[in-house]
Design a protein around this ligand. Structure first.
Ligand code: PLP
Length: 226
């Protein structure tokens, strides 16, 4: 962990009223603890089993954010403790999160992942699909989930204008939903966008959560839990 980088990131996010999600995927618990002792409480993981294992080993006041593609059959493994799921990309997944939240007697906070990149490898709703979801009866019946905002991943490119335009599009959609579908819902306030390579652009365009991995923890190789 690079202490100076951490301090700078904290200052940059605080200046925009945003929060830092430290993406600790593939990194050992010792690395997470080091950042925890420096004051970080929000950590992001993209594999269910890995997050559940780490949650068992680490302090209880860590907020665990799930940021990866989530399969419905794995939701029950994180339903008891997850703080925020950034990557909800289907009604079927929302229904399963709702069901597992109910079993755990809680409400699970979720972000809807929006497809903004021009890469087929990325997941997320297109805007028209999102409208269908929000207007469906099935969605309205879900009482144990709370939609707290949107998440998106920009195209993996050096073209900063392209990245900027994708973030602007997501911010615009976020603002539009805040004025319409979610007008009466102050909890709809999070915009998760920006990673190590593009977080500065994201912060300029309204990100409230930035997801930073390699810049904090160094490059990733293989999974190394202990
Ligand atoms: C890995 C990951 C990140 C962090 O990426 P870095 O480039 O290491 O900062 C952010 N968001 C998601 C969804 C990820 O999977």
């Amino acid at each position: 962990m690079n202490g100076e980088v951490f301090k700078t990131l904290c200052a940059e996010t605080a200046a925009q009223g945003a929060r830092l999600v430290a993406v600790s995927k593939t990194k050992p618990v010792a690395d997470i603890l080091e950042l925890y002792h420096a004051g970080q409480r929000v950590f992001g993981e993209n594999k269910v089993q890995e997050m559940a294992d780490k949650q068992q080993l680490l302090p209880a006041d860590i907020e665990w954010h799930f940021i990866g593609h989530l399969q419905t059959n794995k939701v029950k493994q994180l339903a008891a403790f997850v703080s925020l799921i950034h990557s909800v990309d289907s009604l079927k997944l929302l229904e399963e999160i709702n069901k597992q939240a109910q079993k755990n007697n809680r409400v699970i906070d979720c972000l809807l992942q929006i497809f903004i990149a021009d890469e087929v490898t990325k997941f997320g709703f297109h805007e028209d699909e999102l409208q269908d979801l929000l207007h469906s009866n099935a969605f309205r019946e879900l009482k144990n989930i709370r939609i707290c905002g949107l998440m998106g991943m920009a195209t993996n490119t050096n073209d900063t204008v392209k990245i900027e335009n994708e973030f602007i599009a997501l911010h615009t959609l976020f603002n539009k939903l805040r004025e319409t579908e979610f007008k009466q819902q102050p909890a709809f306030c999070e915009l998760s966008m920006g990673m190590s390579s593009d977080y500065k652009i994201a912060l300029r365009h309204g990100a409230t959560l930035i997801r930073i991995g390699s810049m904090l923890f160094g490059q990733r190789d293989s999974v190394n839990l202990l």
